[in-house]
Design a binder for this molecule. Structure first.
Ligand code: CA
Length: 419
């Protein structure tokens, strides 16, 4: 696969995140309400306007009447594919329809990006081998780092759809109940160990039936695309609350996603296999082909008024379990999935120190503060901006996701207004 050239010149730049090969799906507003659009070069193309103008008719009833991609996602793979083919024809170099399409382009610099889809439910996994090993080593020592179930199931918990926000949304440092090992009683304080988790989010498009588990192949077909995902985590709150039912308030402050859903079709050339299994998976979880993607990822930390430091570089291919396998496990009991379900991959850490996907790991539980431009960090400080970026590298083009950024603003002075 090589670059597909467009008459939108910026889309042909080899380092641009949004070539014609990509066409990621977002929602934008430009002073006249919010609309579905796809990114192309430095522009967003208003697909709802194209649909109204009769230039993008995918089925009898409109798909883009509301500012979310849920309806298109629910329409299924044949419609997704028809949409991509039609948009590629409209935007390809030499297209006869350029003059009809051009009025529906808006400069990305002039629009506000919003949530690209309605999140039905949000499930977060713990499926990165290096992350699980690092965190387990910190808490239990290297001999017992992985829980006994870890190599057999992708461990997960049900999160909150209401906590998912789009890139650019400020994230307020949470209050929570904490208790240090030497404290006689817990206390309610602003989190002192607020952190990120570098993850990918899989966007589920096709529902499954209650009572009916899905296979790995069915699960892969149910996924529409992927976003970058930062699962903000309060480590001190988590340490006190997580046993025996798992994280709760530590993960409920916010989960930030990138504004663009990159469709699976755009990522197809970058499929890679999951790693060699250390112990065989049970048959229902076994993969029959490559289910991960080669997506280079990085995290930048920018203090207020300061310069950004890239604190981690890793790759989505480091995961032990794919999103499809997570979906299989999720439905083993017969749990139904819905259009708009979001699956967090789990923190994506690589094998090296500079490829760790959380500050907890980068600072080894706060014991080894790391350097940034003009200072050091163990955990996030107020007014730090954390930015996740990712792209798949093709021959002469790349598939980008757009920034997944959030600034951590100071905790409320008194959340219950008692002073
Ligand atoms: Ca997580």
């Amino acid at each position: 696969m090589s670059l597909i050239r467009s008459w939108v010149e910026t889309a042909n730049r080899p380092d641009h995140p949004f070539p014609l090969n990509n066409l990621p799906c977002g929602v934008f507003s430009a002073g006249h309400g919010a609309h579905c659009g796809v990114a192309i070069g430095d522009f967003v193309l208003d697909v709802s306007a194209l649909e109204r103008a009769g230039l993008l008719t995918l089925q009898a009833a409109p798909l883009f009447g509301e500012p979310s991609w849920n309806k298109l996602m629910a329409a299924g793979p044949a419609v997704w594919s028809a949409m991509r083919q039609r948009l590629m024809a409209l935007l390809a170099e030499g297209s006869a329809e350029r003059s009809a399409v051009e009025p529906h382009l808006h400069a990305l610099s002039a629009v506000q990006l919003e949530m690209p889809f309605r999140v039905s439910e949000y499930t977060d996994f713990y499926a990165g081998r290096h992350h699980a090993f690092n965190v387990g080593t910190m808490f239990r020592g290297p001999e017992n780092a992985l829980p006994p179930n870890w190599l057999h199931i992708p461990i997960g918990y049900n999160g909150r759809a209401s906590s998912v926000v789009v890139s650019g949304t400020p994230v307020r440092r949470p209050w929570g109940q904490v208790k240090g090992p030497d404290d006689a009683m817990p206390s309610l304080v602003p989190s002192r160990r607020f952190d990120i988790e570098l993850e990918m989010g899989a966007v589920v498009a096709l529902p499954s039936t209650n009572g009916q588990p899905v296979t790995v192949a069915e699960a892969d077909d149910m996924i529409f695309g992927y976003v970058l995902l930062n699962d903000w985590s309060a480590r001190d709150i988590q340490a006190w609350e997580y046993q025996p039912l798992g994280p709760f308030q530590a993960k409920a402050t916010a989960t930030t996603i990138s504004p663009w859903i990159v469709m699976k079709a755009a990522l197809e050339p970058f499929r890679v296999s999951t790693p060699q299994r250390e112990v065989p998976l049970l048959p229902h979880l076994q993969e029959h082909g490559p289910l991960l993607y080669d997506i280079a990822l990085e995290v930048g930390l920018t203090p207020e008024g300061g310069r950004e430091t890239i604190i981690s570089r890793t790759n989505y291919r480091e995961m032990y379990y794919s999103a499809a396998q997570q979906l299989v496990h999720h439905t083993t009991s017969g749990c139904a999935m819905n259009t708009g379900d979001l699956l967090g991959s789990g923190t994506i850490s690589g094998p090296t120190k500079d490829s760790r996907g959380s500050l907890l790991e980068l600072s080894w539980g706060g014991k080894e503060p790391f350097e940034i431009a003009g200072g050091t960090r163990s955990f996030i400080e107020d007014n730090d901006t954390l930015t996740l970026r990712g792209h798949a590298q093709g021959e002469g083009y790349r598939i980008g996701f757009g920034d997944c950024a959030g600034k951590v603003i100071p905790a409320l002075a008194d959340p219950y207004g008692r002073t």
